[in-house]
Design a protein around this ligand. Structure first.
Ligand code: GLU
Length: 296
């Protein structure tokens, strides 16, 4: 809980771009168990703005798999695509603070620029830090490119943004336990992150902080693969004057070769496990979770 007297709000926020695997089950069950334990609310949020990769059949499969696992959630289900207007407002707010700029670079152009510079720094996801090619464009150059029909992503000017917030920016982290610890945020390790993509009018970072605030989320349980992203989220929450949830990043579920489960690599899905005869209790056991969630 976040220390206030009000009811806690938990959420599971899958993207319908593949079938859920054990890692998703781990986040979903931990969220719902904690919501039940604390008499809190539990929200399901479908993160569907990446229209190139999301599919209705995967969304349907999310409902089926979660129901099979024994989960229930508030209706209506929340969905990112209902909030494009709110994401645009958040971007406008940052623009008004002079903290974002349009970037016309393609991935190929960025890769070509850093290829000639061995040892160029990378972000926690392994992508090269944006080399700042469009940061210094004049207003006239920006206008000319936009008028010529070039599409732009919007990037955060990370140095300027960090200059606007307390250098002690951080968050409360519980990990998998009950003891809180303070973590210092280090958003600068991401460089000038994208806040609105060329093809989608937001990015994960923008959508997640706006949605968590809109939906009053107090406690965020998710995998450790998103631990470093929390630095960017805390920075955006502060710049946009949004409340700070507390965070509980849990260990990742690994496959037999010790690799993180992933949709793209075809890791065993929950439906594979179900077809092979596993029960929801087996899934809990495999995840090291207590046999049964506390009663509501
Ligand atoms: N939609 C993200 C995913 O499927 C999770 C976002 C979050 O929990 O913050 O990985």
């Amino acid at each position: 809980m976040n220390g206030s007297q009000s009811q806690s709000v938990w959420r599971f926020a899958p993207s319908p771009n593949g079938f859920l695997h054990l890692g998703h089950a781990c986040s979903a069950l931990r969220n719902q168990d904690a919501a039940r334990r604390t008499h809190g609310r539990f929200i399901l949020r479908i993160e569907d703005i990446d229209t190139g990769r999301c599919r209705p059949e995967f969304e349907q499969a999310i409902y089926e798999d979660l129901t099979w696992l024994g989960l229930s959630w508030e209706t209506p289900v929340r969905r990112q695509s209902d909030h494009l207007g709110e994401y645009a407002l958040a971007i406008d707010q940052l623009d008004a603070q002079g903290l974002i700029y349009p970037c016309f670079c393609t991935r190929g152009e960025i890769a070509a620029r850093v290829a000639s510079r061995p040892g160029w720094p990378r972000d926690p996801d392994g992508a090269p830090i944006y080399p700042g090619l469009c940061r210094g464009l004049s207003e006239t150059e920006r206008r000319e490119r936009l008028l010529a029909g070039r599409h732009a992503a919007m990037r955060l000017d990370m140095e300027a943004a960090c200059g606007r917030v307390d250098h002690m920016l951080g968050w409360t982290e519980y990990g998998e336990g009950d003891e809180p610890r303070d973590v210092r945020a280090e958003p600068q390790i991401w460089g000038d992150v994208v806040l609105a993509r060329r093809d989608v009018p937001a990015s994960y970072h923008t959508a997640v902080v706006v949605d968590d605030a809109l939906q009053g989320v107090t406690d965020i349980v998710r995998g450790l693969d998103l631990f470093h992203a929390t630095s960017v989220h805390r920075l955006l929450q502060t710049l946009l004057d949004l409340p700070a949830p507390v965070y509980r990043h849990h260990c990742l579920i690994l496959d037999a070769e010790g690799r993180k489960l992933s949709k793209s690599r075809g890791s065993e899905t929950l439906r594979d496990a179900r077809r092979a005869g596993a029960t929801p209790a087996d899934i809990r056991r495999r995840l090291g979770l207590p046999a049964q969630a506390a009663p509501v």
